[in-house]
Design a protein around this ligand. Structure first.
Ligand SMILES: Nc1ncnc2c1ncn2[C@@H]1O[C@H](COP(=O)(O)OP(=O)(O)O)[C@@H](O)[C@H]1O
Ligand SMILES: [Mg+2]
Length: 304
């Protein structure tokens, strides 16, 4: 607001000054001297305006970042508090001597869930803090896609106590990409995790891999869930960004997943696109990675 006012002021100044000097120019006919004055004035005011605009942009960015960090801190507090509170309650209940063994077993399962949740949360934060580092992706090599997909689906489903069978996987055996296996698994786990989390009822999810031309493979992760509004599609890769909808707020999350996913995908020379027809219409993520070429391993046969 302040910078908008100062930009308007500076713009008013420049116009006023040009006007005054122009009048003066006509009156006094000392053309050369006045023109120089005019040019110098215009130049310095343009400089001032440019600086102010830059300042305004910078300020707006900082304000956005602070807002995001605040909402991140809120979710951190929640993500840490609620499993801890639950763990404490379980422990206190376990102390009671009249507890039935089945009930004790159930409590232990709940405690394991809470520990899983805390662990996943800490992993998210660690991965995000490493994202963007140059040595983020260490071992790029040929990766058999079907194995990594299967592992990622299993891990994501386990977190929601779902049968991995709910995810329809169509990855032809022998689909190989150039990627970092650990990084790729984190990427796929996050995408399947989102597909499950942002679905209503029993999730219907497909993971499909297809060659694109000779040089790429495209992996599609598709769900029939709550979808994403067009205006949010550009922002969901930002650190800490979560769509400000009740349906999203009601689900746990930090807004770090897609930030990590994108930074890993780029580090592996991949490309990522998220598509959705809008709220309620499901979401499709397209991940394009370089295809592993047999020519990398074997000498290229010479064609006559
Ligand atoms: N499959 C999806 N369906 C609907 N919304 C999604 C999906 N994946 C991501 N989003 C939106 O993008 C936001 C950012 O995703 P992410 O970075 O993974 O954060 P988190 O899952 O922790 O909220 C989510 O909060 C959600 O609003
Ligand atoms: Mg996520």
């Amino acid at each position: 607001m302040l910078s908008a006012v100062s930009i308007a002021l500076a713009a008013g100044l420049i116009v006023g000054w040009i006007y005054v000097i122009w009048r003066n120019l006509e009156l006094s006919r000392r053309v050369a001297q006045n023109t120089w004055l005019l040019v110098a004035g215009v130049l310095s005011l343009v400089t001032i305006i440019v600086v102010l605009v830059l300042f305004a942009v910078f300020l707006a960015r900082e304000i956005r970042e602070v807002r995001r960090q605040t909402s991140f801190l809120d979710s951190v507090t929640h993500e840490l508090r609620s499993p801890l509170a639950s763990l404490r309650l379980c422990l206190e209940t376990l102390e009671r001597s009249d507890l039935a063994p089945e009930r004790a077993a159930e409590l232990r399962r709940m405690m394991l869930d809470d520990v899983d949740r805390l662990e996943a949360f800490v992993d998210d934060i660690l991965e995000a803090s490493q994202a963007g580092h140059a040595d983020r992706v260490r071992s790029i090599g040929d990766v058999e896609l079907s194995e990594v997909v299967a592992r990622a689906v299993r891990t994501a489903c386990r977190r929601y106590h779902l049968d991995p069978e709910i995810v329809t996987v169509d990855v032809p055996p022998g689909s190989r990409v150039r990627a970092d296996p650990t990084g790729l698994e984190i990427v796929l786990r996050n995408l399947v995790d989102n597909a499950i989390k942002y679905s209503e009822g029993t999730p219907r999810i497909t993971v499909v891999a297809r060659p694109v031309g000779d040089r790429h493979v495209e992996i599609l992760v598709e769900d029939q869930g709550i979808g994403i509004a067009r205006s949010d599609l550009r922002r969901i890769f930002e650190r800490f960004y979560r769509v400000p909808e009740e349906a999203v707020r009601a689900r746990r999350g930090t807004g770090l997943g897609l930030f990590v996913v994108q930074s890993l995908a780029h580090a592996m020379g991949g490309r990522l696109r998220v598509e959705s027809e809008g709220p309620g219409k499901g979401t499709r993520v397209r991940l394009r990675l370089p295809r592993a070429r047999p020519a990398d391993a074997e000498p290229r046969p010479s064609h006559g």
